[in-house]
Design a protein around this ligand. Structure first.
Ligand SMILES: *Cc1c(COP(=O)(O)O)cnc(C)c1O
Length: 404
């Protein structure tokens, strides 16, 4: 089967795609908050269980509201099939575990979301799946990590928190030559700005908790790939292990998709505006924003992404004290580890999301004590610029202030 046919541009599919109306012809998608389904007779139940009748059986397997969300995600991503899951981590775990067995080997970029790192480096090895973490930007490192038993590659791009890019098409090529599947966690790029399947990835995963909800309410995850793999490998794993997406959360996320493009484009435009406004501020030692020409991989960003990012990171003067002072001085931006939200959020990775890592591991990832990650929200961009500039002004060390 080929990808569901996208008849319209993404913004239109995000509003209408996947809608299944009940006999009441409701305008807004219905929430089917039901565990099971009734059959007109025992013969119908038998046919349903045999797979001869395509209807629903039990919401751990599939649910109409969840199915609408999955179909809308397929149309957005250009994927043949998708499954919604309870959280982004359930999606990452299922995308890997459903396909691997003892004796297999996985290669992953070392700049991973903390829980993804736990799955690859701690959990999989406990079940006999070896893993190697590499510098994802170094194509030779991917090549030389390959073993005869390598079955999967895993990466995130842009990375968290330093927004480093990995050349997805090149890594996909190495994976293909090695007979391995490339799984891309595309959360930081969003489904609007980067299409890993078109770049050669086999599977894409999202934490729908982030931009897809975008309003800080529900956890959710989604795995997208070709129909054979989803039905043959992923679906049985989900059906029997049960990390299902709640129909309630699917409904919230389905409605969120209607506004995804409006939100993400506005958030990315604001992020670019903020990056330009603070790039030469004396308290900013280094700025990381893939949408700017001074990003070390600006050329790759233009090639594999169609937008900058809703995220940016800055190394501020004064190390941890400097970063904490800037965080404390912010009045609009709130301190939180989440991202993709309507509310702008600032994180100090070294003491929160990446505190589990050793000093050496943090250094290898470029996570200094002065690094702050900013997720740009939907506030007026001028308020955000003023908030950041004022916080940087107030927090910069006294000797800098005296010099300027
Ligand atoms: C948040 C996040 C996850 C995990 O998603 P949850 O919905 O919190 O389980 C995985 N990968 C990346 C890159 C994330 O940002």
């Amino acid at each position: 089967m080929t990808a569901p046919k996208r008849r319209f541009r993404p913004a239109t599919e995000l509003v209408h795609g996947g809608t299944m109306r009940s006999q009441f012809a409701e305008t807004s998608e219905a929430m089917f908050l039901t565990q099971g389904f009734v059959y007109p007779d025992a013969e119908a139940a038998e046919a349903r269980f045999k797979g001869e009748d395509p209807g629903f059986v039990y919401s751990r397997y599939a649910n109409p509201t969840v199915a609408m969300f999955e179909e809308r995600m397929c149309l957005l991503e250009g994927a043949e099939a998708a499954r919604g899951l309870a959280s982004g981590m359930a999606a990452v775990n299922a995308a890997l575990m459903s396909d691997l067995k003892a004796g297999d080997h996985v290669v992953a970029s070392r700049a991973l979301f903390g829980s993804c790192q736990y799955i690859v480096a701690d959990l999989l090895p406990r079940f006999g799946v070896a893993s190697t973490l590499v510098d994802g930007t170094d194509l030779d490192a991917w090549r030389s990590a390959v073993r005869p038993e390598t079955r999967a590659f895993f990466l995130e791009s842009p990375s968290n928190p330093t927004l480093e890019l990995i050349n997805i098409a090149a890594v996909a090529e190495i994976a293909r030559a090695a007979g391995a599947r490339l799984v891309v966690d595309n959360v930081f790029a969003t489904p609007l700005f980067q299409k890993p399947l078109e770049l050669g990835a086999h599977t894409v995963v999202y934490s729908a908790t982030k931009h897809i909800d975008g309003q800080g309410r529900c956890l959710g995850g989604v795995v997208l790939s070709d129909e054979d793999w989803i039905e043959g490998k992923l679906a049985p794993f989900l059906k029997h292990t049960g990390p299902s997406m709640s129909p309630f959360n699917a409904w919230v996320l389905l409605k969120s998709l209607e506004t995804l493009q409006v939100r993400v484009e506005r958030q990315a435009a604001s992020a670019a505006r903020i990056a330009d406004a603070i790039a030469s501020h004396p308290a900013v030692l280094r700025l990381y924003y893939p949408g700017r020409d001074d990003h070390p991989q600006a050329e790759l960003a233009r090639r594999q992404m169609t937008g900058g990012s809703t995220m940016l990171a800055v190394e501020v003067a004064g190390g941890k004290a400097g970063a904490f002072a800037v965080s404390a001085a912010l009045e609009v931006v709130r301190i939180s580890n989440n991202l993709g939200d309507a509310k702008s959020l600032v994180t100090h990775p070294a003491t929160t999301t990446h505190q589990r890592l050793s000093d050496e591991e943090r250094a290898a990832l470029g996570i200094g004590d002065g690094l702050l990650r900013l997720s740009v929200g939907l506030e007026d961009p001028e308020d955000l610029v003023e908030d950041l500039v004022a916080a940087l002004d107030r927090a910069r060390p006294a000797e800098m202030r005296a010099a300027s």
